[in-house]
Design a protein around this ligand. Structure first.
Ligand SMILES: [Cu+2]
Length: 315
């Protein structure tokens, strides 16, 4: 069922239970769809005009359909109370706390994700709405000692794998939705609210990228549109040995044309940035470009990135 539904790869510890629930709900929907479909066809046949020239205003006498309705309602109640609520309660309450948790603040705005790390001291600096400018979209008060080492980015979120992550999510303007499909994370960002999101990622972006590579067939007049957004995952050369595409090189239309004239019919390609934040609320005209790049990496890589970002701060 997972394959039929086309669920994306899952790289979080809580993802499998969510997927499981999605599958169960779809089985129920399939049973209902087929069941009611058959019942509909039966009624068309059973109550056809030829056999029932006069309408019967009294209708059915037995309670079969009532029992079916009650059965469906009970099962739906079970899905919510027996499955969904306990699963969600486990995800959010059985969550580590303390020093091991990576704290990040995410503030959504039309049309960007402002990312805020507390820096080496582990304390988020003071924010003040009066300090908000285009250069300081978070309104961070750099004179506050706790703010001096804070790291901020726009649309760039780095997270370590195998470590609990706690994101405090809010919004500056309208309701957005912080969605990272591969992590099975989706949460509305609501102005005036700080909503915690908890998860543990399990796979680095580099490993995900490797697993999502695939071969695209190309032919004159048949070039997959998505190919020009990806990068080459294998080396391609023409007949004289000149490079058309190197590993990791972004695929351009020119490169595809060159590959075609060199007689190449397949290109192995993939995304270098397979994990993405997508806004899942229609939040305005620029909604479509409200995307952020997520880099899942080892703890050492994550710390190295933080250190590099910190080196740009002058304090
Ligand atoms: Cu949005």
């Amino acid at each position: 069922m997972r394959e039929i539904l086309g669920l994306p790869m899952d790289v979080s510890t809580h993802g499998p239970v969510i997927d499981n629930m999605i599958v169960i709900i779809h089985w129920l929907m399939l049973v209902l769809f087929v069941g009611w479909g058959i019942y509909f066809l039966y009624t068309l046949f059973r109550f056809r005009k030829k056999r029932n020239p006069k309408a019967n205003p009294e209708g059915v006498k037995n309670h079969f359909s009532t029992y079916v309705e009650i059965g469906v309602a009970v099962f739906e109640g079970f899905l919510l109370v027996g499955l969904a609520i306990p699963v969600w309660s486990n995800v959010v309450t059985d969550f580590p706390s303390g020093k091991d948790v990576v704290n990040v603040r995410v503030v959504a705005e039309q049309f960007a994700w402002n990312i805020h790390y507390p820096g080496a001291d582990g304390v988020f600096g003071r924010r003040d709405i009066h300090l908000v400018t285009s250069e300081n979209p978070l309104g961070l008060d750099r004179t506050d000692p706790a703010a001096k080492d804070d790291i901020t980015t726009i649309n760039v979120l780095h997270l370590p794998i195998n470590k609990p992550v706690l994101i405090q999510l809010s919004s500056k303007d309208v309701i957005h939705s912080f969605g990272i499909p591969l992590l099975r994370v989706k949460q509305d960002a609501i102005p005036g609210h700080n909503v915690p999101i908890k998860f543990i990622a399990t796979t680095t972006s580099a490993d995900i990228s490797k697993q999502l590579d695939r071969v695209y067939r190309i032919a004159p007049g048949h070039i997959p549109v998505q190919l020009t957004n990806l990068s080459a995952k294998a080396e391609y050369v023409d007949k004289d040995g000149n490079s058309i595409l190197a590993v990791g090189e972004t695929i351009t239309r020119d490169a595809i044309d060159a590959a075609l004239s060199a007689g190449i019919t397949e290109i192995r390609a993939g995304s270098d940035n397979p994990v993405e934040i997508a806004c899942a609320q229609l939040c305005g005209l620029g909604h479509y470009r409200m995307r952020g790049a997520v880099t899942l990496e080892t703890e050492a890589e994550f710390n190295a990135w933080l250190a590099e970002e910190a080196s740009y701060l002058d304090y």
